[in-house]
Design a protein around this ligand. Structure first.
Ligand SMILES: NC(=O)C1=CN([C@@H]2O[C@H](COP(=O)(O)OP(=O)(O)OC[C@H]3O[C@@H](n4cnc5c(N)ncnc54)[C@H](OP(=O)(O)O)[C@@H]3O)[C@@H](O)[C@H]2O)C=CC1
Ligand SMILES: Cc1cn([C@H]2C[C@H](O)[C@@H](COP(=O)(O)OP(=O)(O)O[C@H]3O[C@@H](C)C(=O)[C@@H](O)[C@H]3O)O2)c(=O)[nH]c1=O
Length: 370
């Protein structure tokens, strides 16, 4: 039996933080948050049917404390001290970020403040208290010239201010607290909650007859709820390994195996994304195709036109960030380490994860309209 774990999440109103809260809630862990909609038992069952691993991501005794930007500004060290005193966490998950990729080009100061200085302050405080830090980073740290999915050993070479600020954040976290910090890079996140490409497309399909979408940038769209399960599994495994205790078999987590030939600086670094990759255009097409099978979600047939990044830039007056042409991530390391079984949606193709999210969204919408 593992000792209870108290987890503090920054950026608590954001997309990934809300997914963590949902998954913790489904595991019957205690969720403390100012903004989080608890769901009914039948919706819980629906998500368990789609992604069975949600059930045992945490245990009943574990606690998740979500702190919104208003409650904790990660760039304010006094506010961090105050939050640590109030929550007394065993683990911090840093979901706070400056994510406006284009705006970062003209406001690099804000991007570096939130994506570099904030994580550094958090790491310093975690180090002082011996707290584990899980820091989330992005596929945009890569230049996009590789012809296969990036793994943890590949050299980052960001093209944009956002990518540079995220890489600087990773490096700061590593420098301050090498042994008890884990960096998880992910990509193209979407969920039922929050701002993301799937929601943008859903709105455009409902409002427009035609939408142009970039067809020469490739990546791995990732369901935020799947990432949340991976994060909790990793925390449970690391805690069990560090505390040197056995795991409750019902949690279905392997004790951390020894990794041969994997002891370089990428040791505490993990990539997680859905399998395979697509362009934003193919992603948009798949969203529309899956939605068209359900007439409640979409009523018109909007035409999707492929365009190049150059044409997209030409239509915009704002300075746009350079994005990698190919930034798919290879999740083999984390999936192998956590013993994710074959056939699980956690290591499935992006199309299957998208279907899982849209099925879940359908169920939530049906319940809301009752
Ligand atoms: N979204 C994506 O496609 C991807 C995201 N990532 C990474 O995943 C992580 C989570 O992203 P996601 O949940 O999608 O992002 P969101 O933008 O949904 O959430 C980020 C949250 O951070 C908060 N925040 C901003 N500045 C601060 C601050 N100084 N102190 C505390 N909170 C702050 C924001 O609050 P407010 O809005 O009130 O400012 C917001 O609630 C980030 O690290 C991101 O870089 C990686 C790859 C892809
Ligand atoms: C709205 C829209 C966007 N696009 C393009 C622009 C852009 O290249 C791509 C995605 O646009 P978005 O604004 O959703 O997201 P973008 O900022 O490119 O997404 C990135 O966000 C950061 C935070 C990450 O870390 C990355 O992994 C990635 O998810 O789609 C179109 O081609 N047509 C459209 O109608």
């Amino acid at each position: 039996m593992q000792a209870p774990i108290k987890i503090m999440v920054t950026g608590g109103n954001g997309q990934l933080a809300q997914s963590l809260a949902l998954i913790a809630h489904l595991s019957d862990a205690k969720v403390k948050a100012s903004s989080f909609t608890r769901i009914t038992a039948d919706i819980v069952q629906a998500l368990v049917n789609i992604l069975p691993e949600v059930r045992n991501s945490l245990s009943e005794q574990d606690e998740l404390h979500l702190l919104s930007h208003r409650k904790l500004d990660i760039c304010d060290s006094a506010a961090i001290d105050d939050a640590f005193m109030r929550v007394n966490p065993d683990v911090v998950i840093n979901c706070a970020a400056f994510n406006a990729v284009d705006n970062a080009e003209t406001d690099s100061e804000s991007a570096f403040k939130v994506n570099f200085e904030g994580p550094k302050l958090l790491a310093e405080r975690c180090k002082r208290d011996g707290v584990m830090l899980i820091h989330i980073s992005s596929d945009f740290v890569f230049a996009g010239e590789k012809h296969s999915p990036y793994n943890e050993q590949d050299l980052p070479e960001p093209l944009s201010v956002y990518g540079k600020s995220k890489l600087a954040g990773e490096q700061a976290v590593r420098q301050v607290i090498a042994s008890k910090a884990y960096i998880i890079r992910t990509s193209w996140l979407y969920s039922c909650q929050g701002n993301n490409f799937v929601h943008t497309m859903q709105k455009l399909f409902a409002a427009k007859e035609q939408v142009s979408v970039i067809a020469d940038q490739y990546g791995s769209p990732t369901w935020s709820e799947a990432l949340a399960v991976i994060i909790f599994k990793l925390i449970k495994q690391k805690e069990a390994t560090q505390r040197g205790v056995g795991l409750d078999a019902s949690l279905g987590i392997n004790l951390e195996p020894n990794f041969v030939g994997d002891s370089d600086s990428s040791d505490n670094l993990y990539h997680y994304a859905a399998a395979n990759s697509c362009s934003w255009f193919e992603f948009a097409q798949q969203i529309q195709q899956l939605m068209l099978t359900d007439d409640k979600l979409i009523k018109t047939h909007c035409r999707i036109t492929p365009i190049t990044t150059l044409s997209w830039q030409a239509c915009h007056e704002q300075i746009l960030a350079k994005r990698p042409n190919q930034s798919a991530l290879n999740s083999q390391r984390v999936c192998q380490q956590l013993g994710v079984r074959e056939g699980s949606l956690l290591k499935d193709k992006w199309q299957q994860q998208l279907k899982g999210m849209l099925d879940f969204q359908k169920i939530i919408n049906t319940h809301r309209s009752k």
